[in-house]
Design a protein around this ligand. Structure first.
Ligand code: ZN
Length: 326
């Protein structure tokens, strides 16, 4: 996965390479030709096929709880931005976060898209710190607009991790504030571009720039596609080098080098919206190019591992602790 760009392939190239997963060219045609041997899992029960590690081994992070959050999101069905189903997801997120005692702010906005105006909502947990600076965590919770696409890994997994982190972090107050952003509209409505996709993060970064809060953000740690049973995390090479080192060194120190690889790859994602405005950021994103189900209806609950969710959660908890000492 070298310098492969998310959702960026010419149709001609994809036709030529339609039978090869390895080049990571993911047009709809390539997905259709790659997927027939996979079974569908529409009737899979919301139970994990493997156990989560005991939370005391993963910094208190409960992989079983995180898995249940993925199952719940999947149970709402496809939930692209502006759909009735995403309103149910928003209600679920808000009710969970409030049950943890988190202070939550929402930003409901509407945005132009290639198919007209779409209502969206960013949901942000704000945990105060002793100093005004902020450690920002983030996920997107919308799913790609595609028939039978529930986004268990792409949308569901990182949102589950952030819910479980909120449960652990909301009662704690550190040196710096911790904000957790549940972003709408990461996925493109039609074709990924500077103006189609990353709607929620562009909105949040612009608002924070206007309010003056943007310059208080010391680091943005983004998660996306972090729950796969066979997940691997190459270093996302467009991220801020010092933050890549911090997260991957933390993962290595916890014994997770078999998941957090030294290989590099590149992904366009919600961190771009903040990096463009000078905020240091890192994207922890699974190798979606090679997972075999990215942006297909096979991105379902059977692909999700509570153990992977717990490992990623543990890495985030320890990375946040590191950032709180700096
Ligand atoms: Zn996606």
């Amino acid at each position: 996965m070298n310098s492969q760009r998310r959702q960026r392939c010419s149709i001609a190239l994809c036709v030529v390479l339609a039978f090869s997963f390895l080049i990571g060219c993911k047009s709809k045609g390539a997905e259709a030709s790659a997927a027939p041997f996979m079974s569908t899992v529409a009737s899979a029960p919301p139970q994990a096929t493997e156990d989560a590690p005991s939370p005391d081994k993963t910094g208190g992070f409960d992989g079983s709880r995180a898995f249940a959050h993925v199952a719940k999101q999947v149970s709402f069905g496809p939930h692209p931005s502006g759909s009735p189903a995403i309103v149910k997801v928003q209600e679920y997120l808000l009710s969970e976060l409030k049950s943890y005692g988190c202070a939550v702010e929402t930003d409901a906005f509407s945005t132009d898209s290639p198919v007209g105006r779409i209502p969206m909502k960013n949901i942000v947990v704000k945990i105060p710190g002793a100093k005004p600076e902020i450690i920002l965590l983030g996920t997107h919770y919308d799913t790609k607009k595609m028939e039978n696409f529930v986004g268990a890994d792409d949308g569901g997994s990182s949102t589950a991790v952030m819910l479980e982190l909120a449960r652990l972090l909301c009662p704690q107050h550190g040196r710096y504030a911790v904000w957790i952003a549940f972003l709408d509209g990461e996925e493109a409505v039609q074709n990924w571009s500077e103006t189609d996709g990353r709607y929620g993060s562009r909105q949040m970064a612009a608002r924070l720039a206007a309010s003056g809060d943007l310059k208080k953000i010391r680091a943005f740690l983004l998660a996306d596609i972090v729950g796969g049973r066979t997940a691997q995390f190459p270093r996302e090479s467009s991220s801020t080098p010092a933050l890549i080192d911090l997260v991957w060194n933390t993962a290595a120190s916890l014994g997770y080098s078999s998941l957090f690889l030294n290989d590099a790859s590149s992904a366009e994602d919600d961190h771009d919206s903040f990096m463009k405005r000078g905020v240091p950021a890192v994207d922890v994103i699974g190798d979606f190019v090679h997972n075999g189900y990215w942006h297909t209806p096979q991105d379902a609950l059977d692909k999700i591992s509570p153990k992977t969710l717990a490992i990623v959660g543990h890495v985030f908890i320890e990375s946040i602790k590191q950032l709180q000492t700096k």
